[in-house]
Design a protein. Structure first.
Length: 426
C-alpha cells in the first residue's frame, strides 16, 4: 500500500488514490478507463496526438457532422456531386476526385476525338501521395464505372510515404512511385495533377507550381483539396475574434472545462496553435508551413474552373484537438455546431473572414474557354483569398531544403503554446 506522491503519474497525469486500495488496483482501473474513453472517441489505443501515417487523416464524429452541414451542399451546387449516404463519409469524396481527374477525356471527346473511344489511359501526377492508397481507390472506381484508366506517378519525399507507395503499387506497371520531382520521366506531359492535403507541407511553392504548369498537358487539369488559411494553421486576427467568442460559448454548452485531446490538458482559451513547430523546433512534416501563400500563388498561375471554399473558424473546434469533446447524441451539442456553422457562414458571406480550406479543379489560364467557371454564389477565388499583409514568408524558411525531413531550429514568433494555453488535467 502506498500514499499519494506528486511523482506518481501515468502519461503525465497525477494518479488518484483511494484509501484501502492497492496501488496496482488504482493504476489498472485508470488504464482501463483511459482505454474505454479512447475507444468511445474513435481513437486507436496506444496513440498520442501525433498519429501514424496510415490514420493521419481519420476524423471524429463532430468533423463529419460539420462537413455534412457545411461542405456537402456546396459540393452539390458546384461539382454536381450528390451524397450517396445519409451520413457524411470521407470516402465519398473519392468519387468526386475520380470524376474530376477524368475531365480531360470529356473535353477531348467534345473536340476532335470520337465519343465512342474506349480504354483511354490518362497520366496523372500525385503530389504528396503518401502511401498511394487514395490514388489506387480512385483508379479502381474509374475502371469499374468507366473505360478510363489512370496511370499514377506518386510523388512523396518522405521515406515512409515512398516505401508505402512501392508496397501498395506492387506489380502494377501503370503506376510508379518517386521520391523527387526530378525523377519524373523526361518531358513528362501529365493529363492531370492531383494534390490532396499536400501543398501546405511544401516550402518551395513557387518551384512546385511552376513544375506543374510546365509539365501539364494543354487541356490538363489540377484537382486540389487543401488547407489555404494562415501559415501554421493559425487564425487570422479577424477569425480569432470570432473563435474566442465561440470558445466561451462552448464552455457553457459542455458545462465542464474543454479538454485538448492532443496535448491531454484542459484549455483556458481558444488554442491558436502554430502547427509549424514542435517544442520550439521545425516540425518534420512541415505542417502548414506556407499555407497562407498558397491561394495568391494559385491565382497567379491557374484558371479556377470549379471552386469551393469552406471553413474559417471551425478547424480546431471539430478537429482532433477539441472535436472529441462533443457528444452528438446530445441535442445541445448538435445545436452548438449548427450555431457555429451559421456564425461562420454569415461572417464568410459578408467578407469579414476568409475560408481556410478549398476543393477545386484548376486549369491553365489560356484554357479558360473550355472551362466555364462554377462557384458557390459570389464566393469567387478572389473573394475567398486572404492576402497576407507582408507578401512572402513570415519566418526564414527559404534557407531550408524544400523537401527535407530533418528538423531545423527556428525563431519562435509566438508565446509558448504549452505555457500560455493549457493546464494539467487532474
Amino acid at each position: 500500500r502506498r500514499t499519494t506522491k506528486s511523482c506518481d503519474r501515468i502519461n503525465n497525469r497525477p494518479l488518484q488514490y483511494e484509501k484501502g486500495k492497492n496501488f496496482m488496483d488504482n493504476k489498472l482501473r485508470l488504464c482501463l478507463v483511459t482505454a474505454l474513453i479512447r475507444l468511445s472517441r474513435g481513437r486507436p489505443l496506444g496513440t498520442d496526438g501525433a498519429r501514424g501515417y496510415a490514420n493521419m487523416h481519420s476524423h471524429n464524429r463532430a468533423f463529419d457532422f460539420m462537413n455534412e452541414l457545411s461542405l456537402a451542399p456546396k459540393l452539390e451546387n458546384v461539382f454536381e456531386w450528390k451524397q450517396t449516404h445519409p451520413a457524411w463519409e470521407r470516402g465519398q469524396l473519392v468519387e468526386l476526385f475520380a470524376h474530376e481527374l477524368s475531365t480531360p477525356v470529356r473535353i477531348r471527346k467534345t473536340g476532335k476525338q470520337s465519343s465512342s473511344e474506349k480504354n483511354v489511359t490518362l497520366q496523372v501526377l500525385s503530389i504528396g501521395s503518401g502511401d498511394c492508397r487514395l490514388e489506387l481507390q480512385i483508379t479502381k472506381i474509374l475502371e469499374i464505372r468507366t473505360s478510363i484508366f489512370l496511370g499514377f506517378t506518386c510523388f512523396d519525399p518522405s521515406d515512409e510515404g515512398y516505401h508505402g507507395s512501392l508496397k501498395n503499387i506492387g506489380s502494377e506497371s501503370r503506376h510508379r512511385a518517386i521520391q523527387s520531382l526530378a525523377d519524373c520521366q523526361p518531358e513528362a506531359n501529365f493529363d492531370a495533377v492531383f494534390i490532396h492535403h499536400a501543398l501546405h507541407h511544401v516550402t518551395d511553392l513557387e518551384g512546385t507550381l511552376d513544375f506543374v504548369t510546365g509539365n501539364m498537358a494543354r487541356d490538363g487539369v489540377v484537382v486540389i483539396a487543401d488547407m489555404v488559411g494562415r501559415s501554421g494553421h493559425r487564425r487570422w486576427p479577424e477569425q480569432l475574434e470570432l473563435a474566442h467568442k465561440a470558445f466561451i460559448q462552448l464552455e457553457h454548452v459542455l458545462e465542464k472545462p474543454v479538454v485538448d485531446y492532443i496535448m491531454r490538458c484542459e484549455l483556458r482559451e481558444y488554442p491558436n496553435a502554430d502547427y509549424r513547430r514542435c517544442a520550439g523546433r521545425l516540425d518534420e512534416r512541415f505542417e502548414g508551413i506556407r499555407s497562407g501563400d498558397a491561394m495568391p500563388l494559385l491565382l497567379e498561375r491557374f484558371h479556377f474552373a470549379k471552386f469551393v471554399a469552406f471553413g474559417g473558424i471551425m478547424f480546431e473546434f471539430v478537429g482532433d484537438r477539441i472535436g472529441p469533446n462533443f457528444d452528438l447524441s446530445r441535442e445541445e451539442h448538435k445545436a452548438y455546431l449548427v450555431h457555429l456553422h451559421k456564425m461562420q457562414e454569415s461572417a464568410t458571406a459578408s467578407g469579414k473572414i476568409k475560408p481556410d480550406q478549398i476543393i477545386a479543379t484548376l486549369t491553365a489560364k489560356n484554357n479558360w474557354r473550355n472551362f466555364p467557371p462554377r462557384y458557390f454564389g459570389h464566393r469567387t477565388p478572389d473573394f475567398c483569398t486572404r492576402f497576407p499583409e507582408t507578401p512572402g514568408l513570415d519566418l526564414p524558411w527559404k534557407s531550408l531544403d524544400p523537401f527535407s525531413t530533418t528538423n531545423g531550429t527556428i525563431v519562435d514568433p509566438c508565446a509558448d503554446y504549452a505555457r500560455s494555453h493549457r493546464r494539467p488535467c487532474l
